[in-house]
Design a protein. Structure first.
Length: 341
């Protein structure tokens, strides 16, 4: 019988396979870390219980408290394959007065959006139309996760992870949950990133991990959200004010713009899917900054939208009789393009 010829994959197919494998590893590592953390905490609690009860009944494992990296981080300059780059956002940051006239405006004067209030309304209308029409689009996201630290537990968890994969560590494991790495999908008209099926290596399909967080959103921007506005023809670039602890209700400028945020209830739910109530997330302090946005709208229709941000967070975890404080940094850069109406 003739030997089966090996199929040669294109560079694009190889990259897609790596992404699919990464999605599977994300779920696997979520289980590993959850169980490793639980096992480690309970083992520590057992050996130290007498001492803990003698002192205060609780021990707090303090994180390093150092997350200046994200505060000074510069998200990637945008997408090289696009005519619009997130790096075109106004360099003045939040110095502009909300609702002020843009510093540069090459648009016409025939009723075009030229101030923060009218631009906010234009974007809200265009994104709502796109969402309600269930347009198709291409989506890309680049995420970098750094400095994941759970205090004295960090080294122990890294050792456990290294025994399974010498190339992995706490940053890469937790990073999978936060969207670490380069991701891309094409959404057919009539679907969303939350509903599409993505291929698995075994030939089956699965839902996109955290697809609901990345699905195109009908924005609810306010005039005060748009700062440092710059207009170049049909393209609007601006920054959003720093956003602390955003939630799904749109309580911050960032969450009025997109759903690419970390919410404590969702983190808690996902951890408890793996270990039940043994580990509880009782606090999350997330801060997003350096938020840059670029939106291109032509004839009222969304043509392209991109954004980038840096974030740092502190997480409080309750396990047995221990309180563990964790911290980490994230930068993200995402783009929606090639809309099909």
């Amino acid at each position: 019988m003739a030997k089966k010829e090996k199929v040669q994959l294109t560079p694009e197919e190889i990259q897609e396979k790596k992404i699919r494998r990464s999605n599977g590893w994300t779920r696997f590592w979520a289980v590993v870390v959850a169980f490793a953390l639980t096992a480690g905490v309970f083992a520590f609690a057992k050996t130290q219980s007498a001492k803990l009860q003698e002192e205060s009944g609780e021990t707090t494992t303090a994180a390093s408290g150092s997350y200046d990296t994200a505060a000074n981080a510069n998200p990637s300059a945008g997408w090289s394959d696009s005519g619009t780059s997130t790096d075109n956002a106004a360099s003045s940051g939040n110095s502009a007065t909300p609702g002020s006239t843009p510093a540069a405006n090459s648009g016409d004067s025939s009723g075009a959006a030229t101030d923060a209030a009218s631009v906010a309304q234009l974007i809200n209308t265009a994104t709502a139309q796109a969402v309600n029409s269930k347009v198709g689009y291409d989506w890309q996201r680049k995420g970098v996760v750094e400095n994941i630290d759970v205090g004295n537990a960090t080294a122990a968890l890294d050792r456990i992870i290294h025994t399974v994969d010498s190339n992995a560590n706490l940053n890469s494991v937790v990073g999978g949950f936060l969207g670490r790495g380069d991701k891309s999908e094409t959404v057919p008209k009539g679907q969303t990133l939350d509903t599409i099926d993505v291929p698995k290596d075994d030939g089956g399909t699965e839902k996109l991990y955290h697809g609901s967080s990345y699905t195109l959103k009908a924005t609810q921007l306010q005039a005060s959200d748009i700062q440092g506005l710059q207009i170049n023809g049909d393209t609007y670039t601006f920054t959003l004010p720093d956003s602390s602890n955003p939630d799904r209700s749109g309580n911050t400028p960032l969450s009025r713009f997109c759903n690419d945020i970390v919410v404590v209830d969702e983190v808690n739910s996902e951890i408890q899917e793996q270990v039940g109530s043994a580990v509880t997330v009782n606090s999350l302090d997330a801060s997003y900054h350096n938020i840059k946005v670029s939106v291109t709208i032509k004839d009222g229709k969304l043509v392209e939208m991109s954004y980038s941000f840096a974030a740092d967070a502190k997480l409080g975890i309750k396990a047995a009789i221990l309180n563990i404080n964790g911290s980490g940094n994230l930068t993200a850069d995402a783009k929606y393009s090639n809309f099909v109406y």
